[in-house]
Every structure is written in structure tokens, then in C-alpha cells.
Design a protein around this ligand. Structure first.
Ligand code: FAD
Length: 106
């Protein structure tokens, strides 16, 4: 693969290099990296709102989801990001959850 030309958003995406494929004899392949959301979430919780990539949509100020009493943050909201962003989301959600539990609404 190599990076192709920038698309309309200016982002370069990987494109296959012609005739660069080759076969490797192996017993097993373990895929051990990936940042995609687990599709089981949408299957088990269809009443949450999701992006087309399967990330949970929240109110960014409170991390409140479309489901009453459910809050989300971190990679499942942002897509693959960083620990510091996940911690920030957790802090915002904790404050909003406290408001929700003490006042019954936010
Ligand atoms: C290879 C790699 C390297 C990275 N390096 C860095 C780095 O150097 N610095 C940095 O800031 N970030 C790094 N990141 C990104 C960082 O790990 C994530 O942004 C961060 O961990 C997101 O935190 P999170 O709490 O949203 O999700 P996670 O840390 O993924 O936590 C989700 C948790 O939910 C659990 N879980 C999943 N399904 C269920 C279920 N059904 N029931 C109960 N529990 C469940 C999982 O086991 C997991 O413990 C890296 C990521 C990867 C993949």
C-alpha cells in the first residue's frame, strides 16, 4: 500500500501498489490492532444514536447519549484517539452524571 492523492477533504488514503501482493505460508493470523467500534454495541443497544462508523453520538458538553441516563466518552465516541481525551470525556461525564443523579435531569 502507499498513500494516494489527497481527496476533497485534503486527506491522503492508502491505495494498493499494483502487483505488490505475495503469499506467505502461515498457520494462523491473529489480528491484534484496530480502532473500530465493536459492532455488538449497535446490535445489543439499538436505541442509542450512532455515527456511520458505529461511534456513539453524545452531547459534547455533558457526554449524554440519546438514551436517558446513559453517558459515553472515549474512543467509542471519538474514534481512536488518546488517553488524555478519554480522561477528559470521563471527567465531563462524571460531572453530568452527578447532576443527573442529584437533580434527576441535566
Ligand atoms: C496500539 C495502541 C497504542 C496506543 N498508544 C497510545 C499512546 O501512546 N498514548 C495515548 O494517549 N493513547 C494511545 N492509544 C489510544 C488509547 O489507548 C485510547 O485512546 C484510550 O485507551 C481510550 O480509552 P477508552 O476508555 O475510551 O477505551 P479503552 O481503553 O479501550 O477501554 C474500553 C474498556 O472497555 C472494555 N470492554 C469492551 N467491551 C466490553 C464489554 N462488552 N463489557 C465490559 N467491558 C468491555 C475493554 O476491555 C476496555 O477495558 C493507543 C491505542 C492503541 C490501540
Amino acid at each position: 500500500m502507499e498513500l494516494g492523492e489527497p481527496d476533497s477533504s485534503g486527506r491522503r488514503k492508502p491505495v494498493p501498489i499494483r502487483e505488490s501482493e505475495y503469499e506467505l505460508k502461515i498457520d494462523m493470523a491473529v489480528i491484534a490492532i484496530g480502532n473500530g467500534s465493536n459492532p455488538i454495541i449497535q446490535k445489543t443497544t439499538p436505541d442509542l444514536q450512532y455515527t456511520r462508523w458505529g461511534n456513539i453520538i453524545v452531547d459534547e458538553a455533558t457526554m449524554k447519549t440519546s438514551k436517558e441516563g446513559v453517558f459515553a466518552g472515549g474512543d467509542i465516541v471519538s474514534g481512536g484517539a488518546t488517553v488524555i481525551l478519554a480522561m477528559g470525556a470521563g471527567k465531563k461525564a462524571a460531572s453530568a452524571i452527578n447532576d443527573f443523579l442529584t437533580s434527576g435531569s441535566i
